[in-house]
Design a protein around this ligand. Structure first.
Ligand SMILES: [Zn+2]
Length: 186
C-alpha cells in the first residue's frame, strides 16, 4: 500500500514473477511462479502443525486441556490444509480469497478466545501481540497483489509466523508443566 507506490515492480525485471492487478470483480490470476509459491508456503506448514498439535495433546493433563488441544489443533492444521487445497485445486473464483481471509480471521479469534478463557493473567501477552503484529503486517501484502511479486505468498509466510508465535505462547504458558516453565525462563 505504501511501499508499492514508491517501488513499481511492474517496470522491473521482477514483473515476470507477478500477475497484473485485476479489478475486484475479476479473478485473481497469479503467475505460474506465484501459484507454486502460494501452494508451497502453506503446504510446508501442514506437517509441523500436525506435530505441534499432537505435542499439545500429549502434554494435556486434564479434560479442558485435551479438548483445547483438539480444537486448537484442528483449527491450526485446518488453516494450512484448507489454504493449500484452495490454492492447489480451486483457486479460480475471487470470492475464495475472501473465504481464505475469513478463515485466517477466525483462526486468530479462536486463539484469543482460548487465551482469554483459560489464562486470565498477563503471561504470554507479548507473544500474542507479536503474533498479532505479524498478522497485521501480512495484511499489507495481502492487499498488494499485482503490485509486489509473490505478495500473496509473502502474506502466507506472515500468517505462518503469526501462527507459530501464537503456538509458542500456547505451548509455553498453557501446556508446559510449571517445573519446566521455570527452567525455560532461566
Ligand atoms: Zn492464500
Amino acid at each position: 500500500m505504501f511501499a508499492p507506490r514508491l517501488l513499481d515492480f511492474q517496470k522491473t525485471k521482477y514483473a515476470r514473477f507477478m500477475n497484473h492487478r485485476v479489478p475486484a470483480h475479476k479473478r485473481y490470476q497469479p503467475t505460474e511462479y506465484e501459484h507454486a509459491a502460494n501452494c508451497a508456503t502453506h503446504a510446508l506448514w501442514i506437517i509441523p502443525s500436525i506435530l505441534g498439535s499432537s505435542n499439545l495433546y500429549l502434554l494435556s493433563d486434564d479434560d479442558w486441556e485435551t479438548i483445547s488441544a483438539w480444537i486448537y489443533g484442528l483449527g491450526l492444521c485446518g488453516l494450512f490444509v484448507v489454504s493449500t487445497v484452495f490454492h492447489t485445486i480451486s483457486w479460480k473464483k475471487s470470492h475464495l480469497r475472501m473465504v481464505e481471509h475469513c478463515l485466517h480471521m477466525f483462526d486468530r479469534m479462536v486463539i484469543y478466545f482460548f487465551i482469554a478463557a483459560s489464562y486470565p493473567n498477563t503471561e504470554g501477552i507479548w507473544e500474542l501481540m507479536t503474533g498479532g503484529v505479524f498478522y497485521c503486517l501480512g495484511m499489507v501484502f495481502f492487499k498488494s497483489d499485482g503490485r509486489i511479486p509473490f505478495a500473496h505468498a509473502i502474506w502466507h509466510l506472515f500468517v505462518a509466523f503469526g501462527a507459530g508465535t501464537h503456538y509458542y505462547a500456547i505451548w509455553r504458558y498453557l501446556y508446559l508443566p510449571s517445573t519446566v516453565q521455570a527452567k525455560v525462563s532461566k
